[in-house]
Write a protein that binds this ligand. Structure first.
Ligand code: C5P
Length: 309
């Protein structure tokens, strides 16, 4: 029996997609993607400690509804822990406490953040020193967004989203994040994309977003804003027509681009300054939107933190 170590806490960020281009589904059912991810300053904190069996708990950090997060082996954090133990041939288990600041089922990769944080936390708790390429491979098996949650910053994603390469990003971006009370199922949004686009040409997603990548490199934040696009916005709005009204409301209070985050239903307004983002947030709260966050990007991927107490 290995000695019991002190608990470890890892913080992992939400992600947004600056560009999300979707191709025709592959033979395995996944869609080929050409995307640019950015990690933003909404976080989940994951605390792990040794335990006789796998356990997970979830506590909201602020205004987040956690009631739909599974608290059994379906939880992606538990699956991440089990995958890491199996990778090293360990018969160990852990208790995983998730502090949730990332809206659930919102298209912000909150579950992926928890999985990435658990990999990093248990790697430290158990003193495993897993090489980065092995952690990234484990992450890719857990979900398409998990490798990016490890990496953070800004990155170009291909394959089904799991192949990530960091890209230079010299700007500071501000995001007004408008969650929706009811989550959207990612597979359902992809299915709706297929229904709306039965004849999407093979390889239609493959052109790299060169204009966006150039604007990121030189820190031209307005030009980044002008290049934002998401192929999943149309199918998400088709499944949830009331989101179009929410989108119009956000647009009427924001001087800048507004788009869907990932597979939704969270909406994002892109701003060039903290002041502009805060002004939009206050206007939306006054207009009756119950929860609005302001976040900045890019920020670091999953990393160990010292928490008081
Ligand atoms: O990889 P992840 O587990 O996050 O994917 C969840 C679901 O989203 C998949 O089961 C699939 O239905 C859909 N998906 C897809 N193409 C992708 C990523 C996800 O069809 N590139």
């Amino acid at each position: 029996m290995a000695p019991t170590a002190a608990p470890v806490t890892v913080r992992a960020p939400a992600k947004v997609n600056l560009v999300l281009r979707v191709g025709r589904p592959r033979h395995d059912g996944f869609h080929p993607l050409n995307t640019v991810y950015q990690a933003i300053s909404l976080y989940d904190d994951v605390r792990v400690e040794d335990a006789g069996r796998w356990q997970v708990s979830v506590t909201p950090l602020g205004d987040v509804d956690c009631s739909t997060v599974p608290l059994d082996q379906r939880n992606l954090a538990v699956r991440a822990g089990q995958a890491l133990a199996a990778h090293h041939g360990l018969r160990r288990a852990a208790s995983i406490e998730i502090g949730k600041g990332i809206p659930v089922a919102g298209g912000l990769a909150g579950g992926s953040a928890d999985a990435a944080a658990t990999l990093v936390a248990l790697d430290r708790l158990w003193d495993l020193h897993t090489p980065d390429d092995e952690l990234l491979a484990l992450a890719a098996e857990l979900g398409s967004d998990v490798p990016f949650s490890l990496l953070g910053g800004t990155a170009h994603g291909t394959g089904r989203g799991e192949q990530v390469v960091p890209v230079p990003d010299a700007g500071s971006h501000w995001w007004v994040v408008v969650p929706d009370a009811t989550g959207l199922s990612t597979p359902a949004v992809y299915r709706e994309f297929d229904r709306l686009h039965p004849d999407v040409p093979l390889g239609s997603h493959v052109a790299d977003p060169v204009g966006l990548l150039a604007a990121l490199r030189v820190g031209d934040v307005p030009r980044v804003g002008a290049a934002l696009t998401n192929d999943l916005e149309e199918p998400a709005l088709s499944l949830r027509p009331e989101l179009a009204e929410r989108c119009a409301l956000v647009r009427s209070h924001h001087d800048g681009p507004v788009l869907l985050s990932g597979s939704g239903p969270t909406l994002l307004a892109h701003a060039c300054s903290h002041e502009a983002a805060t002004a939009t947030r206050l206007a939306l709260l006054e207009a009756g939107v119950p929860v609005v966050h302001v976040a900045t990007g890019p920020v670091a991927g999953a990393h160990v933190v010292e928490l008081a107490g």
